[in-house]
Design a protein around this ligand. Structure first.
Ligand SMILES: Cc1cc2nc3c(=O)[nH]c(=O)nc-3n(C[C@H](O)[C@H](O)[C@H](O)COP(=O)(O)OP(=O)(O)OC[C@H]3O[C@@H](n4cnc5c(N)ncnc54)[C@H](O)[C@@H]3O)c2cc1C
Ligand code: FES
Length: 283
């Protein structure tokens, strides 16, 4: 049965490749997986911003952003931070092993609506995982967009996700500019030193015909939103994605709510004009 007929059925997916983005207690490991069933592989459809429940049989499942764009091919990428039982079990998987994948879940970034606009992504830490598919999607369809600017930072060079890819983006002709930062000075680092919201002000993007999408630690998002407002962005031009803890993933248990919003059902992608009405969203 394809995922379109019933997105709640888990499918086996083989790990084709895997590598660590970061190391340490909360290491982040990326998995590139392919569905074992040819019919599921061919019929699977998702859009940037959507998530999937991925898991290890006999252990459990976790909601994880799909960090690849459908424009990249018939595979999925997930970048998983080691947190607890399920993510530890996922980190044990190596090429040739299998995981379960069900979905896709949640809404997507309205990239069709954004055609003709300038796209600005502002990410911090593992928050780049849901932004990466936007970057890849826009790069693949660059003639539909006015331009693409990427701003990304992490605490230290060891905490940067997709480091080589982002370095390569700086040379890539579809990307107008890619700005990287770390919080504290390090030997050999030639990019910005400071917090992501400060880098945003340095880059000083024009709000004219621009959509800004941000994801990262709540404190970063708070100051990025403040700075976007200072730069003249209207609420409607700003999007983010929330990662509230989820249980059922289908709007039944009430676990993921932020005020009246259910992140699993109404999100995870939200326009700031909506989120502004819900102070709990940034708690
Ligand atoms: C829409 C969505 C997208 C997500 N995308 C990603 C992603 O791309 N990569 C990724 O690594 N993680 C992502 N997460 C978070 C991921 O689902 C959890 O880290 C994971 O389920 C933890 O499972 P566990 O059994 O390993 O840990 P648990 O034993 O369940 O938890 C271990 C610790 O992590 C904390 N924790 C668990 N879930 C969350 C959460 N959602 N937010 C904050 N703290 C949490 C717990 O409070 C606890 O302290 C996403 C979550 C949602 C809802
Ligand atoms: S996870 Fe159960 S209502 Fe959202």
């Amino acid at each position: 049965m394809s995922n379109k007929e019933n997105p709640y059925i888990p499918h086996m997916a083989k790990v084709e490749d895997t590598w660590y983005e970061t190391h340490g207690e909360r290491a982040i490991k990326t998995f590139r997986v392919v569905f074992e069933d040819e019919e599921v592989k061919e019929s699977w459809e998702h859009l940037p911003g959507q998530c999937a429940m991925i898991g290890v049989l006999g252990v459990g499942e976790s909601m994880i952003s799909i960090s690849s764009s459908p424009t990249e091919g018939k595979f999925l990428r997930f970048s998983v931070m080691r947190m607890g039982k399920v993510t530890q079990a996922l980190h044990q998987l190596e090429p040739g092993d299998s995981m379960t994948v069900r979905g896709p879940y949640g809404n997507n970034f309205p990239l069709e609506e954004w055609k003709g606009k300038k796209i600005l992504t502002i990410g911090g830490g593992i928050g780049q995982a849901p932004l990466r598919p936007i970057v890849e999607y826009v790069r693949a369809n660059i003639n539909d967009y006015q331009d693409l600017t990427v701003i990304y930072g992490a605490r230290t060079t060891n905490d940067l996700c997709f480091k080589q890819e982002l370095e390569d983006l700086r040379e890539c002709q579809e990307v107008s500019s890619c700005h990287l930062s770390i919080d504290i000075e390090e030997e050999g680092w030639s990019h910005f030193v400071g917090f992501v919201p400060t880098l945003l002000m340095e880059v000083n993007p024009s709000p004219e015909n621009t959509i800004a999408i941000t994801c990262g630690p709540p404190i970063m998002i708070k100051f990025v939103l403040e700075n976007l407002k200072k730069l003249g962005f209207e609420d409607e031009q700003i999007y983010t994605t929330l990662e509230n803890r989820m249980k059922c993933g289908i709007g039944k248990c009430g676990r993921c709510n932020a005020g009246p919003l259910y992140v699993c059902k109404d999100g995870p992608v939200f326009n700031y004009a909506t989120l502004k009405q819900v102070p709990e969203a940034f708690a």
